[in-house]
Design a protein around this ligand. Structure first.
Ligand code: F6P
Length: 324
């Protein structure tokens, strides 16, 4: 193998740059040419391909976002798009490809592998929702960013003796909410994994909890809500009218995806990027890099995609008790 490519795809995540940098530097170290594909699979189809040198990735390890830019690409979900993607790789001499992204991006990587391009997935998403790995690049930074924002909301909420509902990202997963909820001492944490769709029931539980806490002199009530549960604004209205306690909702939104990555994210991203290059050098394809039981590892993409992730029951139970 002489030439490899690297792209970032789907939602960006802090420390994707560290992963790209590791691919470039370890690639060079192993004697490979490295090409950067801009804007994910979109850029592949449009042949937005640049030569990567350590100079291109210089000063990027501490920056949020992705220097390669990213996109979600519907065209690449079609057979035609995938075939064209493989052709573009071949035309540019790209024999191996590192795809940094989430589950959706790995589906594309699997297709490219079937079409003869050796591909390796690297888990990059703030959501931590990839089942075959205990760690995804960007999660630690996003949780810390959200935690700091929630701490600030809590200050003003306490001063006004209000109830606050803060909605965090995570798509269909509640990891960011669970971690932020525990880390900020939230009274209630709502996550899709333990939500049965009965919003009135959940609201009633919050109302009773809020009134109980008020009766014993608590001046604030913080609810961390995952976007997978949602409805934060309407929930706030109903809680306020049922209790007479001022309630505000804040949706943190995309600020959670930005910012300078934490040391932990930079470290994991660097290791995973390097690991992906070494898999390609060993002739491997259709693998996804992960972190399990204290070690970096890899597994078949198909197998990884078929796995499901469960939030630990003990963690959930303790998170609930801590907010009681
Ligand atoms: O997957 C990362 C993520 O930030 C999710 O938490 C969120 O649901 C989604 O992306 C938002 O996507 P977009 O930036 O396309 O609105």
């Amino acid at each position: 193998i002489k030439t490899i490519g690297v792209l970032t795809s789907g939602g960006d995540a802090p420390a994707m740059n560290a992963a790209v940098r590791a691919v470039v530097r370890i690639g060079k170290e192993r004697g490979l040419n490295v090409k950067g594909i801009k804007k994910g699979y979109n850029g592949l189809l449009n042949e937005e391909i640049i030569d990567m040198t350590p100079k291109v990735t210089a000063d990027s390890i501490m920056r949020g976002g992705t220097i390669l830019l990213t996109a979600r690409c519907d065209e690449f979900k079609t057979e035609e798009g995938q075939k064209r993607g493989a052709e573009v790789c071949k035309a540019h001499g790209i024999e191996g490809l590192v795809v940094i992204g989430g589950d959706g991006s790995f589906q594309g990587a699997r297709k490219l592998a079937e079409l003869g391009i050796n591909t390796i997935g690297v888990p990059g998403t703030i959501d931590l929702d990839i089942a075959c790995t205990e760690y995804t690049i960007g999660f630690d930074t996003a949780v810390n960013t959200a935690m700091q924002a929630i701490d600030k909301i809590r200050d003003t909420s306490t001063s006004h003796e209000r109830c606050s509902i803060v909605e965090v990202m995570g798509r269909g997963a509640g990891y960011i909410a669970l971690w932020c909820g525990v880390a900020t001492g939230a009274e209630d944490i709502l996550i899709p994994e333990s939500f049965d769709g009965n919003l009135p029931k959940v609201e009633q539980q919050i109302i009773e909890h809020l009134l109980r806490n008020r009766a014993r002199g608590k001046t604030h009530h913080l609810v961390v809500n995952a976007e997978g549960v949602g409805h934060s604004y309407s929930m706030a209205k109903r809680i306020e009218s049922a209790t007479g306690i001022e309630t505000r909702a804040t949706i943190l939104g995309h600020m959670q995806r930005g910012g300078s990555p934490t040391a932990k994210d930079r470290m994991y991203a660097s290791m995973m990027g390097a690991y992906a290059v070494d898999l390609l050098c060993a002739g491997k394809s259709n693998r996804v890099v992960g972190y399990q039981n204290g070690k970096f590892m890899d597994m078949d993409i198909q197998e990884g995609l078929a796995m499901t992730k469960h939030i630990d029951d003990y963690q959930l139970q303790i998170a609930h008790l801590l907010g009681k």
